[in-house]
Write a protein that binds this ligand. Structure first.
Ligand code: ADP
Ligand code: ASP
Ligand code: MG
Length: 468
């Protein structure tokens, strides 16, 4: 059994939908059991979120405009690809109903002047609830017996709105109960990516880019032979091709390498995608919808190819927090209290670095969490600050983490040296660095202004032409 996930650009317009239908057809020739997971059409989730935020800020125009833009966008594809009049009319009614719900939601947000995380999940999940029925109808038009399924019925999550955590047991039970019969009948379930619902049925989302994660969850629950992530690039590359145009496709990666890359900003995979696959040992393939016979990446437990550095990524919109002071030397428990305070505000720490003299601890957190983190630290460490054991808690804004990833870096000397000389030659200042003992990843902090140059320089040092 195969799970095929199509991202936003893969269902971005009529040509893309037609291409997806071909890919699904070919997959069914290889394996009669195919589950499809789809994202919203490209740009739709952003439009929905912006409209809801604008409504909360007192603007009605954006959601009115969004309603007609979204209607046009979906109806255009339906009009061009659904030939059957009854099918087209049925989709017309569905889209109308969805968009009326959208307008009603935005109206309430506008009247209340408030947008809760729970409300935002209802709005932002509408995109997939418009694209999945459309894709199913398009597939039926191509002779593929498809049926769309709302993941709210099968992916059960907690109530962390905006980044809900799936509860595996009920999710797998419901997935099997709902999808297995369809597969047995020879049907192709077309499941909405990105969304789920709490046990009580309240809609949730898995976080931006979460459709990859949806596909991996369903793949694990159904014990799929492969989860395929169909996107707009030929697999996972040595760097983001938007930053490094001559980045190369990686044929094979290990779960650990792919997880590190995704965690440190390689947008091609949602950071949590690998987790369900690892547990069930399911290979993940990343391939290009617009070049289905071209190269692709296979992610497996153990990669056969060697190589030390595999790829370079950058993660933006971060702040580096420094807790520093001579009085910290030898005082036990400062680190523990620091991270307890950070955890208390729910902030995600992406990297930690401590100097050996213990005069400072620094760590990176998302920009959005910075005020809460600083306030929590100032409160937790108030005594040490007033006694000047700790000089200050300092936030350095607009920094990025550059991650150099590759399992083969372990035991290969000189990698860090090459990274630093590449940056040194370009006059790029490294603010902090960290390397885990697993040696799969070297992380460097540089200023946001230097981010793209740093990625290019390091990429050149490992993958560029040899210097003359
Ligand atoms: P989808 O809509 O299919 O989920 P995304 O936009 O989420 O697609 O992810 C694909 C994009 O990820 C690519 O267009 C590319 O710009 C970006 N990307 C970032 N890092 C990498 C990388 N290392 N390899 C490939 N693509 C990358
Ligand atoms: N549509 C959602 C988003 O734009 C989920 C996804 O595309 O994976 O974030
Ligand atoms: Mg994506």
């Amino acid at each position: 059994m195969l799970v095929l996930k199509f991202g936003g650009t893969s269902v971005g317009n009529t040509q893309a939908f037609a291409q997806v239908a071909q890919i699904v057809k070919r997959a069914r020739e290889k394996d009669p059991k195919v589950v499809v997971v789809t994202s919203a059409m490209s740009g739709v989730t952003n439009t929905l979120i912006h409209a809801a935020q604008a409504a909360a800020a007192g603007h009605e125009q954006p959601y009115r405009e969004a309603r007609s833009d979204l209607l046009l966008k979906h109806q255009l594809v339906a009009g061009q690809l659904i030939e059957d009049g009854v099918e087209r009319a049925a989709y017309g009614r569905l889209i109308d109903e969805r968009l009326r719900a959208f307008e009603r939601l935005c109206q309430s947000i506008y009247v209340l002047g408030e947008l809760t995380a729970r409300g935002l999940d209802v709005v932002s999940g509408l995109g997939e609830r418009m694209s999945a029925p459309l894709l199913a109808a398009v597939l039926r038009g191509q002779g593929i017996p498809a049926e769309w399924v709302d993941a709210g019925e099968i992916i059960v999550t907690d109530d962390t709105f905006g980044g809900a955590v799936p509860l595996l047991e009920p999710t797998c039970a419901r997935t099997q109960a709902r999808l297995r019969p369809l597969l047995e009948e020879g049907k192709v379930p077309v499941v909405t990516g990105y969304v789920g619902a709490t046990v009580k049925g309240v809609p949730t989302t898995l976080g931006r880019g979460g459709s990859d994660y949806s596909a991996a969850i369903l793949g694990a629950c159904l014990n799929a032979d492969e989860v395929q992530i169909w996107t707009d690039v030929n697999g996972i590359m040595t760097a983001d091709p938007r930053i490094v145009p001559d980045a190369a496709v990686l044929e094979e990666l290990t779960y650990i390498e792919a997880a590190e890359l995704a965690y440190f900003g390689a947008k091609v995979l949602h950071p949590k995608t690998i987790l369900p696959a690892i547990e069930a040992s399911i290979p993940i393939r990343v391939a290009n919808t617009f070049d289905p016979d071209g190269p692709s990446t296979l992610i497996v437990r153990e990669a056969s190819n060697g190589g030390s550095v595999k790829a370079i990524t950058a993660i933006k919109h971060l702040t580096l927090i420094n807790v520093e002071g001579r009085g910290m030397i030898g005082v036990p428990g400062i680190a523990a209290r620091t991270f307890k305070a950070v955890a208390g505000v729910g902030a995600n720490v992406l990297m930690i670095s401590q100097s050996s003299s213990e005069q400072s601890i620094c760590f990176a957190v998302p920009e959005a969490d910075t005020p809460a983190v600083v306030a929590a630290l100032e409160q937790e460490l108030a005594q040490e600050l007033s006694r000047h054991f700790i000089d200050r808690v300092r936030a350095m804004h607009d920094i990025v983490i550059i991650a150099v990833v590759g399992a083969g870096m372990r035991g290969t000397p000189g990698i860090a040296g090459r990274v630093f000389s590449a940056l040194g030659e370009a006059g790029i200042n490294v603010i902090a660095m960290a390397q885990g003992s697993s040696e799969v990843n070297i992380s460097l902090v540089v200023s946001e202004n230097d981010a793209e140059a740093a990625v290019r320089r390091i990429h050149d040092a490992f993958f560029g032409p040899p210097p003359d």
